[in-house]
Design a protein around this ligand. Structure first.
Ligand code: SER
Length: 321
């Protein structure tokens, strides 16, 4: 693995921040190039290589590829569901052109041989089977983010079939972690609720009770991402994107799990435009292909995630007092 050089695009986002840390542990600090439009102040970026990169600037991407000769790219830069709805033209432009720049760089330079690109449960839509959502079924996304994810899945598969680029992808559920903040998703309430529980003892939820969505705890998300990237190529039988599941819950269920550990915690509901987005997404994902093809198995459920989130957030807040 030491001959590998890894470029992470969108390194300062919720997933990127944690992934950079894990990748440095695997490949060595000097072999992981973190890049983003703006460097975050997170402690992860106080050491290691960082390059400014707006993924819409194809010349800048070319400079970075020439400088470091990355063999692998994790391309994570995107506008998420809620943010993209506020500016659909830009959401489409960033999500699609950014992906084309990475795919074309792999095809045209021959330097990058493997690409990780995340898809999402947002690639499904209102006519998708909501429970045990199958790998192959109706996909009729209604958000610009979901449309860009479905198109992106087909594009990455196209580059695999046509030019032999080793593209790999997961359809992430909502990601929950304590080390980095999410940015503009519909599932973000499930992160904010833990912070609110410890700071205010109350969370005002932008989704209504009964809105069951698929979610995944960050350590599981990191494991899945690294597992699919490290699996032998012949085990990756799906080149669009794999269904991936961890747990599923509605706001009142995560509130109940928190209440067991935070005395007096309360929740209220004030649904906004994100309710319609959540209503168009699946509730429970069937990820049996990921289990069969490359051995996927999550470790966390709602209670064990809640215990871990609270145990890690508590010292952060008591240190600030
Ligand atoms: N967490 C994402 C969002 O809510 C889903 O991919 O936009």
């Amino acid at each position: 693995m030491t001959n590998e050089k890894v470029l992470v695009i969108g390194a300062c986002g919720q997933l990127g921040t944690e992934l950079v840390d894990s990748l440095r542990g695997i490949y060595g600090e000097g072999n992981v190039i973190a890049s983003d439009i703006k460097k975050s102040e997170h402690e992860v970026f106080s050491t290691g290589i960082f390059e400014d990169l707006d993924i819409l600037d194809v010349n800048r991407l070319g400079e970075i590829i020439n400088k470091y000769k990355p063999t692998q790219v994790y391309h994570l830069a995107a506008l998420l569901s809620a943010t993209a709805e506020k500016n659909p033209e830009f959401g489409w432009k960033l999500n699609m052109e950014g992906l084309f720049h990475v795919l074309n760089a792999a095809r045209d330079t021959g330097i990058i041989h493997k690409i990780y690109w995340p898809s999402s449960i947002a690639a499904f839509g209102p006519n998708t089977e909501r429970f045990n959502t199958p790998q192959y079924g109706t996909m009729d996304p209604t958000t610009i983010y979901g449309i860009s994810k479905l198109a992106g899945e087909l594009y990455t598969q196209y580059y695999y079939n046509r030019w032999g680029i080793d593209t790999r992808s997961l359809r992430y559920p909502g990601l929950i972690g304590y080390k980095s903040a999410p940015g503009g998703g519909t599932t973000d309430y499930a992160v904010a609720i833990y912070h609110d529980a410890l700071t205010k003892g109350h969370h005002d939820c932008f989704l209504k009770p009964g809105t069951t969505l698929p979610m995944l705890y960050m350590p599981d998300a990191l494991k899945a991402t690294l597992d699919i990237m490290h699996a032998p190529a012949e085990q990756i039988k799906i080149r669009t994107s794999y269904n991936l599941a961890g747990m599923s819950f509605a706001p009142e269920e995560i509130a109940a799990a928190i209440e067991k550990q935070v005395d007096g915690f309360t929740i209220s509901y004030e649904p906004d435009y994100r309710q319609a987005i959540a209503d168009s997404w699946p509730a429970v994902i069937d990820d049996s292909r990921a289990q069969e093809d490359w051995g996927w198995k999550p470790a966390y459920d709602l209670d064990s995630m809640t215990a871990d989130m609270l145990a890690n957030l508590k010292p952060m807040y008591s240190a600030k007092k």
